[in-house]
Structures are given as structure tokens and as C-alpha cells.
Ligand binder design. Structure first.
Ligand code: LAC
Ligand code: ZN
Length: 316
């Protein structure tokens, strides 16, 4: 997303089977086309409630030749945002990933995922995984990255850096990030969230939410990680050590989510940055969406699927 845009931005054409059986097709793949409404955007993210997508034209990008991957220890989450801003100003748009990993999330991975190893010494800090793409052997980008990281150590709270020296090390770093959902599951499961706020507000939002969580649900554990470059974090909440994960989820999931979503929404954020609405968040959408937006969505649903055939009970 950081470099190439969201999936929605990378779709250049769609073919859709409509609820009445007609097939709407626009697979020309034009980069520019301002002839009327952008119909394809209606069907993306509609979760199958307006039609069934049966073909897609994707905008492709050349595959980079070299990937440079670094694991950073930072002082706090807002340092991740500042560091990303700094790296972008020095390195441009070659940054393809910038993921945040809280110490708690890392500790879960190291405890529950066999074969994982901490690249640094402890798990008490905050971490970021950065990846850059080059279209040559990466020699000059590597030098630029090192100098940018030196600036980041002085200016934006970076405390320590590990740079992958080969593909195995690169995969090992990514595994630490990508195993977090599996580690949470092995720890008994979590109450999951997928929130986004305006990127500069991300650090403050997470700090505030963690304070509110600690006050309302003492000793609950937060596993925070995600796509800092997109302003999107997963703020997942695990049971206190003294409570069984099943009991915690049964008794507290609704209130925990209400708390986190209310803080995100109050800050102009989203309660579903990437995973959609489905059944779970349908009521939340109805309760919190802008009334004009909701009215438009209902009219579109009614116009395209008056019999309510498509994926009933989802989204709207
Ligand atoms: C992730 C999934 C949960 O970021 O969105 O790992
Ligand atoms: Zn995610």
C-alpha cells in the first residue's frame, strides 16, 4: 500500500455478474477514463453484496531486483511515524513496507512460534520492519539507507538497527511480523481490531487507547502491530494472565471493541481499515456511518439488488 497503493487503487477494470444475471464488463484497463461514474469502485469492498466479481484487470509494477530489509528498535510508536517521514524525505518512494511491532506482539511470537529468534536483545521496546526496493544491485540505496538511519538515530528515536544480510535473514525478520496473528491464536486468541486514523495521529491514538484499556480492563494484554505507513494498526487485546482467554472473550469482547472503536471514531478514524464489515461490524457501520453516506449505500444496494439476493446479512 505504501508504495503502490491499496488493492482498490490497483484495479484497472472489472467484470461483474449482477444480481439480475446481467454481466457488466469493463476490462479495457484504461488508466484514464472519465466517462461517467466509476462503477468498478462500487463493487470493490462491497463484499459481494452488489454482485459477483468474475474478472479483474490489475495494474502491475515491475519486480524490484533487490530488497533491503531492516529491523529497527524505536523509542515509541510515534517515533515510527517520524522515522518513516524522515526515511521518505531522504530515500523517496523506494520504501515498500513500514510495519510496526510492539514489544508485546514480538514476545508472543518468540514464545509461541518455533524457530523464531529475537534480532536484538530484549522485547521491552517498540520495533519497526522497513523494506526498500531497488532496481539494481542496491549498493547505492544501501549506503543511502545507512546514512538515513544514522540521521534517524539522532533525530527520530531509532535506538538500534539490524539489516538483513541475505534472503534467509530477510525472511526471518518478516516471519516475526507475519506470525503475530498465529502467535495470538496459540496464546488463546485475542479480541481483534483493524483501526486506522490519520497517520500523524497514530502514536497519540494508540497511547490513549492503551491507557483507556488498562483503566477499564486491568491486566489485559495488548498486541499492537500493523501497517504504520498506512495509518492502520491491529490493536488486539488478550486476556489477563489470570483469566482464561475463552472467558475473557465471552465476557469482555463487546466492551473492549466498543471502547477501541469509539476512540478511533472520535478521532475521525475507521473501525475497519482493511478487513471489511461483514456480519460482525454491520451494526457498527449502521450506528456510526455518516447518515448521508449510509443513505447513499442503502439506495445503491436497493437499486442494484432490490431482492436482497447478494450476500444477505452482510455490510448493510
Ligand atoms: C495482518 C493482518 C491481520 O496485518 O491484517 O497481519
Ligand atoms: Zn493487517
Amino acid at each position: 500500500v505504501l508504495r503502490y497503493g491499496t488493492a482498490k487503487e490497483l484495479v484497472a477494470g472489472l467484470e461483474v455478474v449482477l444480481p439480475d444475471g446481467q454481466v457488466w464488463s469493463d476490462l479495457k484497463g484504461l488508466r484514464k477514463d472519465n466517462t461517467g461514474y466509476d462503477l468498478k469502485q462500487l463493487f470493490m469492498g462491497a463484499e459481494g453484496t452488489l454482485g459477483i466479481i468474475s474478472a479483474v484487470v490489475l495494474r502491475l509494477q515491475p519486480r524490484p531486483k533487490t530488497l533491503l530489509t531492516a529491523w529497527l528498535e524505536i523509542g515509541e510508536l510515534s517515533d515510527a511515524v517520524a522515522t518513516l517521514t524522515l526515511l521518505r524525505s531522504q530515500l523517496g518512494d523506494c520504501i515498500t513496507s513500514f510495519e510496526y511491532i510492539s514489544g508485546q506482539a514480538l514476545a508472543l511470537v518468540l514464545e509461541h512460534i518455533p524457530g523464531t529468534r529475537n534480532p536484538l536483545t530484549d522485547t521491552s521496546g517498540h520495533y519497526a520492519l522497513v523494506e526498500l526496493a531497488a532496481f539494481d544491485d542496491g549498493g547505492s540505496l544501501s549506503r543511502d539507507l545507512q546514512s538515513a538511519l544514522e540521521t534517524a538515530i539522532v533525530n527520530t528515536g531509532v535506538r538500534d538497527v539490524v539489516i538483513a544480510q541475505n534472503e534467509t535473514q530477510r525472511r526471518d525478520l518478516w516471519r516475526l511480523r507475519e506470525s503475530i496473528p498465529a502467535a495470538e491464536k496459540r496464546a488463546g486468541g485475542s479480541v481483534k481490531h483493524d483501526v486506522s486514523v490519520e497517520i500523524d495521529a497514530l502514536g497519540e491514538f494508540v497511547d490513549l487507547t492503551l491507557i483507556a484499556l488498562a483503566a477499564e480492563f486491568p491486566a489485559s494484554q495488548a498486541s499492537v502491530y500493523g501497517h504504520v505507513g498506512d495509518g492502520n494498526v491491529h490493536l488486539n487485546v488478550l486476556a489477563p494472565a489470570s483469566v482464561s482467554p475463552q472467558d475473557f472473550k465471552r465476557e469482555c469482547a463487546v466492551e473492549v471493541s466498543a471502547l477501541i472503536h469509539s476512540i478511533a471514531i472520535a478521532r475521525g478514524g475507521s473501525f475497519s481499515a482493511e478487513h471489511g464489515v461483514g456480519r460482525l461490524k454491520r451494526t457498527l457501520l449502521a450506528e456510526t456511518a455518516d447518515p448521508i453516506a449510509l443513505d447513499l449505500m442503502r439506495k445503491i444496494k436497493q437499486a442494484l439488488d432490490p431482492k436482497g439476493l447478494m450476500n444477505p446479512g452482510k455490510v448493510i
